[in-house]
Design a protein around this ligand. Structure first.
Ligand code: APR
Length: 241
């Protein structure tokens, strides 16, 4: 009896945006745009120097205007449309990226598990605000109007709990196909998603797309290519024989 693939879960990491000109985290000797990751991506780093951290994310946010989705983002959005049109099953795209290239490419069922550059969160009233421009530690929250110091980038930093984990887990437990694209697989919980899909009892087929594959033996198909060509190859391999 042949197994008809139905539910598809895709996990993306920094590598999918590399060809759009956004640096990955770990390909530059442990520095992220010249900073130690812990200085700009941890609650402790923010408490130590909020001006530096806001400035860092202001630059990243401004960079979004200078970059565009690449062929991989566009191919995933097209795959989602085709999946839905053919009623092949559930589709969920989970990204660890905080850029907005997936939504600009047209992806719809999308989880930003590590937050979004274009949002700020008020630590006093918990409001999440769309924020296209810069912010400083003095910027007051427009929702609760408390004086400055309450707004922070809406980014999940080291030691914090990622967003929408229930949605991710539910999709992974129902996945027939899982594909990890452009992620080093070093940061949990995302690093454990392939294992969860593997053990979900549905004979889930696991793909990895990475020019430098991570070398785990979890994946059935390893496409050792950049995301731009790798996603096209992945889509080809999904075609029914
Ligand atoms: N196409 C596909 N993959 C690529 C490409 C490309 N063109 N270029 C690089 N890569 C791969 C690298 O080989 C590497 O395995 O992308 C991966 C990037 O890994 P990381 O920099 O570790 O990024 P990521 O896995 O997304 O990091 C996870 O760590 O710092 C935190 O919260 C941050 O979301 C981030 C998380």
């Amino acid at each position: 009896m042949t197994h008809t693939p139905q539910n598809l879960v895709i996990l993306t990491g920094a590598g999918i945006s590399a060809e759009s000109g956004i640096s990955t985290f770990r390909d530059a000797g442990g520095l992220w745009e010249g900073h130690h990751i812990e200085d700009v991506a941890s609650p402790r780093g923010f408490a130590r120097d909020p001006a530096l951290v806001h400035h860092f994310y202001n630059l990243r946010r401004a960079q979004l205007a200078c970059v565009a989705p690449n062929a991989a983002h566009l191919a995933l959005a097209a795959l989602e449309r085709a999946w839905r049109a053919a009623r092949r099953g559930q589709f969920l795209l989970i990204t660890q990226n905080v850029d907005d290239l997936h939504e600009r490419a047209g992806s719809q069922r999308l989880v930003h598990m590590h937050g979004e550059l274009r949002k700020l969160r008020c630590t006093a009233c918990d409001t999440i605000l769309d924020w296209p421009g810069p912010a400083t530690p003095q910027t007051p929250c427009p929702a609760c109007a408390r004086p400055g110091g309450t707004l922070r980038p809406d980014i999940v930093w080291f030691g914090e709990v990622p967003y929408q984990m229930e949605t991710c887990l539910r999709a992974l437990l129902a996945a027939d196909i899982f594909c990890a694209i452009g992620t080093s697989g070093l940061v949990y919980p995302a690093a454990g998603f392939a294992q969860t899909a593997l053990e979900n009892g549905r004979a889930c087929r696991l793909f990895e797309i990475n020019p430098k594959p991570t070398g785990t033996d979890l994946f059935d198909d390893v496409i050792a290519e950049p995301a731009s060509t790798g996603v096209a190859e992945f889509v080809r391999r999904l075609q029914p024989a």
